[in-house]
Ligand binder design. Sequence first.
Ligand code: IVH
Length: 668
Amino acid sequence: MTPKGVQAELERLRREIREHDRRYYVLDKPVVSDAEYDALVRALKDLEAAHPESVTPDSPTQRVGGAASADFKPVTHAAAMLSLENAASEEEFREWAGRVFKGLGRSERPEFVIEPKIDGLSCALTYEKGRLVRAATRGDGTTGEDVTANVRAIRSIPLVLQGPVPERLEARGEVFIDHADFDLVNEAQERAGREPFVNPRNCAAGSLRQKDAKTTAARRLKFYAHSLGLWEGPSKPETHEGYLKALALMGIPVCSLRWKADDVDDVLRLYNEFRQVNLPELAFAVDGLVVKVDSLALQKRLGTTAKCPRWAVAFKYPASKALSRVEEVVFSVGRTGAVTPVAKVKPVWCAGVTISSVSLHNFDEVGRLGLKVGDEVVIERAGEVIPKVVRVVAESRTGKETPVAPPKACPACGAEVVKEGEAVAYRCANPSCPAQIKRSLLHFASRDALDIEGFGEAVVDQLVDSGRIKDISDIYTLTMEDLLGLELFAEKKAENLLKQIPASRKRRLAELVFGLGIRHVGEKTAETLAELYGLSELARASADELQKIPEVGAVVAASIASFFGAPEVRRLLDRLKDAGLNFKKMPKKETTGLPLHGKSFVFTGGLGSMTREEASAKVKELGGKTSSSVSSKTSFVVAGTEPGSKLTKAKSLGVKILTEEEFMRLIK
Ligand code: IVH
């Protein structure tokens, strides 16, 4: 091909791929199959590989930047990214509308645009002359994080706009993930032995803020623009509606669901109708509606408060409740043998997900609810939280309901189930119970423990069921043949898994102690123990001795001593030692004298000026500790933007709450 011919072919392929991206992501009307699309991308890649000088940064092949996006650089927003005021009831909405009418004066009758409030994270895309030059998260509203490399990996976001475009455009919107893709990500997380994401919002945030843009690319994130950051150049729209239409023409995805209303009652009708008609059908998580004044000129007249525009409000739906029937109560066996009752309910839609299974936590809870099989129950699920049964509808009983009794035998191995003293949990007493072994293995291999990637549920199930693995130490004698014998295990996958295992031998003792899964020993306690003892010494320490450690109470000390007292644990330790795991005591970090010595921090919400990891590292560097959950022992909770339930808990426990600024001053 002549150089000209190559150029023309490159452009043709790029144009065609962009058009398919637009059809797929923006119009939701793909016209080619995934395989045909992949073939086009492959053709482009091959051609670019043969002519590397012709690769442009906005080529569709450059979306999955192989390069790590390193840490996120701070970006100062051209105009502050504000938050929305909330209206939690009809009254509050009327009050907001009253303020709008008052602000504009009697003569003005504003039109409202109503859109779903998408539960994702906000992101600002800047285009110069139609090319994507920057993407930034909201951060603290003034300064966000530069996530350009990751956003380039999101296929629904155009790198190049179409048609007449403004000189400079900042389109703000929401990065989110569909329920179905969220489920796929979580299945993969679980297979890899990683913690699943608690909700789609979390998943989208975690997927966008990845060091490696390839991970972002694999997550099928979506983007809908919903507000205007900046429009420099001619043809600036006059209304919000006009702005969204202009974006759509340029190829920027906008949500197709939106309505207009010109009085408050219309909005209220829509609010109720949307909840019943649209919400159950939506592919993505929505926690309310956003009502906006349509005219940009009127928006300007209304202006903003320090935090929120006066021309928009988030009209939220309260935590959702749903009615369903308990069809069965099953028992799941955890890593420590605890038997947890789980209600299998008739599948029901609630707050954006289908619920078919609800943990009842323990038998005391079953007793407190008075729950029987066959009962009609009220299930509640607020945005962030896992569903729970809040009450039994006793009025609708027929008399055929049957009580729930703790099982006498373990559902996994048939061994006796015992209740220890006053403890709420019933446990399977068999240390070689396959259900317990599976959970222990998954915990041992999890990221915060020995971090063996690829050692997920499917692998563990097969290895334990076939008898190849009887305890943790058997991981270290796994061979290629063992793995190739498993279903769905090709050579490459087996090789990858085997490659992961040697590194786990070198993990620090803290991770090994945590990975052993001793009851009541979390990461922090494991860290403390590993700084005080080598593993062999720890195994010999008495409960009395352990209790002298400030962070270790009587229950924890007894649990550690009884764990290591078991003969099978002794044998396990011998085998782990032979396998070459790191038993060495860790050097103790000297923190007395450091400014944050003895202080513990919990973070909630996003920080604008640094990542959570950086903030944690800073706290540790200054002698403090961090934890993922709030307790009365927590010294400070640092509340960033959009803080979660940890803030509520901190308030209820009276723990001191710091804003990001106060935290920054503290660590300066
Ligand atoms: S308009 C002042 N429209 O909700 C900002 N925001 O709770 C104007 N959000 O940070 C935003 N869906 O990221 C707007 N249709 C929508 C939205 C939406 C979700 C987010 C947005 C904002 C947050 C505020």
